[in-house]
Design a protein around this ligand. Sequence first.
Ligand SMILES: Cc1ncc(COP(=O)(O)O)c(C=O)c1O
Length: 406
Amino acid sequence: MLGADRFYSRLGKTFEPGILTEVVLAAFELMKQGKRLISLTGGSYDPPSLPVGPVREVLEEAPVEAWREMLQYGSNMGSGALREGLARFMEGAGIRADPRTEVIVTTGSQQALDLASRLFIDPGDIIIVDSPTYLQALAAFKQFNPEFLSIPVDEEGMRLDLLERELRRLALEGRRPKLLYTVPSYHNPTTTVLSMERRRRILDLAEEYDFLILEDNPYGYISFEGPMPTPLKAMDRSGRVLYMSTFSKIISPGLRIGWIAARGEFIAKMAEAKSNIDICSDGLSQYVAAELLRRGFVERQIDHIIEVYRRKRDLMLEAMETRFPEGAEWAKPKGGLFIWVKMPRQVDTDEMLKEALKNGVAYIPGSNFFLDPNIRNYLRLNYSFPSEEDIVEGITILGRIFRGRL
Ligand SMILES: Cc1ncc(COP(=O)(O)O)c(C=O)c1O
């Protein structure tokens, strides 16, 4: 075999199998033994709720001209109809964006993270992140070698007292961060919501210390107790907030429809960066997304999926209540797709995953969401994807394993 290492770039060398790859491989292993894996890992959609009928209808009813547009190269900013639909959709959350210049369609919001990284991060630039935070955001940023400033999250979101302290310290050194990345509503993985007071303060701090805010809002729509919390973007007076969201959690992750709303000059640059990556987003998906928005299906589906996820959340919580060991702690999520669990200090959830996989259940060890690899007693559980039976069975198996360890 050809030794390949010497061919890799510095970036190429960093690509190693992540936790989700590991879980997929474990599932294959189990399948070979005629067993199956209950996955409480990623934020996949409830399979029976995927909009198979509505998507099929949209495509069956599409006129020939629409098909000709779908099958052609499109704009690097995204289809005009979809950008207009998204601008209207965001108005419902109080966000105003000109669909012609201030909205770009991305291939999933993961691409938005990549585009933002390309646009703003030079090696050594300071990027502020929640601790813990979305693992694939960290991975996207890491490609460009920033210095991370990791700020702990409590019940009200990012600890701004700690952030301020760090900002003052950096200012004394003559340094300032460039970008703050946060998931303010039903944060991944903790599901906390940044309080209104902190939302206002974070915008003030951005002014005072001159940094941009990348607001990632995939989960805000999945809100169990009232309307979606007001996005930072809706409160942004100076154009410092870049807002990103996605159809993945509300309609379908397979469509790969995400978007960014930001000031025109940022969007124009991102469009050029996107040309180098995929030229334009998928035409079929964009047409479907625009039509689902135009037909009012998206709002209806959000109402539906909230009910499905509320039931699944409650079922998982109920199962955990009786089966998880004493000393395990978690909060009832008010939105989103996950339950974030803290185990007693001596439990190493990375180690325990091996045992869980052998017993046919997968979760994401908390260490994946921290920059500090020594924090190993958390885990994230997903309730949107597994069936109701699998939720109960999965929690029963995990409860047994964790109780055995304590
Ligand atoms: C916080 C956050 N941002 C972005 C994404 C990326 O989602 P997608 O690329 O499917 O839009 C996810 C997916 O789980 C997420 O949790």
